[in-house]
Design a binder for this molecule. Structure first.
Ligand code: GLY
Length: 351
């Protein structure tokens, strides 16, 4: 995969016009969900070609990131005359960019697509880096492709109307990028005031966060090695996310990642000497903004079992990405069941 074109744009209209004219296409399709159709599409409709495009709409939320929505997108494309030379604009959060990317990368063996992420999580993570997919058989992102969008157009204007929880959810991935990059970036993320957001400053941090992910993806697009750095916080985070789902109280992905980071930094400190002061500062930031995921020792076995099902595991071993220090990444790290239970003790006690 070659490098992906990512444009962090101040003027969406101008950037969009340039992007559309740079990708030859016969027809334009726009994929939205029920939410982005109402909240985001109107702000793109001043662009004549978008206003005249065929709009495909699916239900909002992760529950709709499945075969039924995929079939709806394929049917919409096929039924409305999309050809191999058509272009799909995916306008939405990670659910839309994952689903739309997958639909586009498979329809007629692949058509061009552009991602316009409208949530912070999609801007800094889902829409960037070429992972597409849908949930299948109750498993998240079980079926998908690696396929780069022709362009990712990032307008932080969408963040001004994003609710606080979704802003925090995306910010957790930014914090992860801080931890795997430089002490300077990590420290500026901890300093940023999430209660009184300076959107100008946030735009700069978002651009930097995207560059960190981009640089890693360029080195290892298919996650054979260093791309696993992006999994920091996710082994435990996914287990929290699944347990929450089993309880019928789903949590936002970024919250689970933030809680997972607390656990995995503890493991990093115990196993690899990650500095205690940086652990303390990061944990305090996360506890202050994301609160706690509630569980007790009766759920340890279930959480452990969920970690053993993580699709990033290899040869039956739970595979963690840990840190020796900020920016000093150790992939493919294992831990014993005792280590993992101790880590869960730490999580509960650090309240
Ligand atoms: N979300 C992690 C990755 O794109 O690899």
């Amino acid at each position: 995969m070659s490098a992906q074109r990512i444009v962090v744009c101040g003027d969406l209209e101008k950037s969009m016009a340039a992007v559309l004219s740079g990708i030859p296409h016969d027809r334009l399709f726009v994929l939205v969900d029920a939410h982005t159709s109402a909240c985001c599409l109107p702000s793109l409709s001043f662009i004549k070609e978008v206003a005249e495009a065929s709009v495909l709409q699916v239900g909002a939320g992760d529950a709709h990131k499945g075969l039924e929505s995929l079939s709806q997108v394929w049917s919409g494309l096929s039924g409305q005359g999309a050809s191999r030379h058509s272009l799909l604009l995916n306008v939405g959060g990670g659910m839309i960019t994952d689903l739309g990317g997958f639909a586009a990368s498979t329809f007629k063996r692949g058509i061009h697509f552009v991602n316009i992420p409208t949530t912070l999580l999609a801007m800094v993570d889902a829409a960037v880096g070429g992972k597409t997919g849908i949930n299948f058989n109750g498993l998240k992102n079980e079926v998908g492709t690696f396929a780069l969008a022709d362009c990712v157009l990032v307008s932080t204007e969408f963040l001004r109307t994003l609710d606080e929880e979704n802003l925090l959810s995306g910010y957790a991935e930014m914090l992860k990028h801080g931890l795997i990059s430089t002490e300077k970036h990590w420290a500026e993320l901890l300093r940023f005031d999430l209660e009184d957001v300076d959107y100008g400053l946030l735009e700069g941090l978002v651009a930097q966060s995207i560059r960190i992910k981009e640089a890693i993806v360029e080195k290892d697009p298919h996650e054979q090695g260093i791309r696993k750095a992006l999994n920091l916080g996710h082994t435990v985070g996914h287990a929290f996310e699944s347990l929450a789902l089993e309880r019928g109280c789903p949590v936002l992905h970024g919250y689970a990642v933030a809680w997972g980071i607390v656990c995995e930094l503890y493991l990093s400190a115990v196993r690899l000497g990650f500095p205690a002061d940086k652990l303390r500062q990061t944990v305090s930031f996360i506890k202050g903004h994301y609160g706690m995921f509630p569980f007790d020792c009766h759920q340890y076995d279930r959480l452990y079992e969920l970690m053993t099902h993580d699709k990033k595991n290899e040869a039956g071993r739970i595979n963690f990405t840990l840190l020796r220090n900020v920016g000093d990444i150790a992939i493919n790290q294992q831990a014993t069941k005792e280590d993992i239970f101790e880590m869960l003790d730490f999580y509960r006690e650090s309240n």
